[in-house]
Design a protein around this ligand. Structure first.
Ligand SMILES: [Zn+2]
Length: 187
């Protein structure tokens, strides 16, 4: 039991939650279910999760506010998030990608088996840290335009910042500026 990957499913629709928890359990995951962002956040900040599968429209705290909150805490900023959208609106996808989710699935267009496959992929994607070359021509522009600390040091622990990438696909990387020591996010 101990080495099973743990996934949190957040959705206010009982049937959806039931269906996916069954699917994820069959695929070897430990599953925790919650009904909205408030409950989801409680779990995410107290349990070490390997992934989160969340809906968008929910009472109390919707998917956007849930993801936003997850990205604010050092302990939850790196938990891979897959959004399970039922309307499939393009503006929702853009907003969610901006917030830093790892995948956005439109229910109905993607088979349950494919959904599981994509979540497994995201959960197991590797992280890479790259140092920024301060000598490079674009360094100052980068600092200015990305509104980074001028010394490019973490204001909490004084460590030089890095770029952290998660490979979710061979030709698709998502990067963020991080403190490699305390994991604070700067963008
Ligand atoms: Zn730091």
């Amino acid at each position: 039991m101990g080495n099973k990957q743990k996934i949190l499913i957040v959705d206010d629709d009982d049937q959806i939650r039931l269906m996916y928890s069954e699917l994820f359990r069959q695929s070897g995951f430990d599953v925790i279910e919650r009904k909205d962002g408030v409950e989801g956040l409680e779990v995410a900040t107290s349990v070490k999760l390997d992934g989160i599968f969340t809906g968008i429209i929910m009472p109390r705290m919707n998917g956007f506010d849930f993801v936003k909150a997850l990205k604010e805490y050092k302990d939850t900023v790196d938990v891979p998030i897959v959004v399970n959208s039922h309307l499939g609106r393009e503006e929702d996808r853009n907003a969610m990608e901006k917030l830093g989710v790892n995948d956005f699935i439109i229910r109905g267009l993607v088979s349950p088996a494919e959904i599981i496959k994509r979540v497994v992929h995201v959960v197991n994607a590797e992280d890479y840290f790259f140092k920024v070359n301060r000598e490079s021509e674009d360094f100052e522009k980068f600092i200015r335009e990305q509104r980074m600390p001028i010394d490019f040091m973490c204001d909490e622990c004084g460590t030089e910042l890095s770029i952290k990438f998660k490979s979710t696909d061979k030709d698709y990387f998502r990067g963020s500026i991080r403190c490699p020591k305390c994991n604070k996010r700067f963008n």
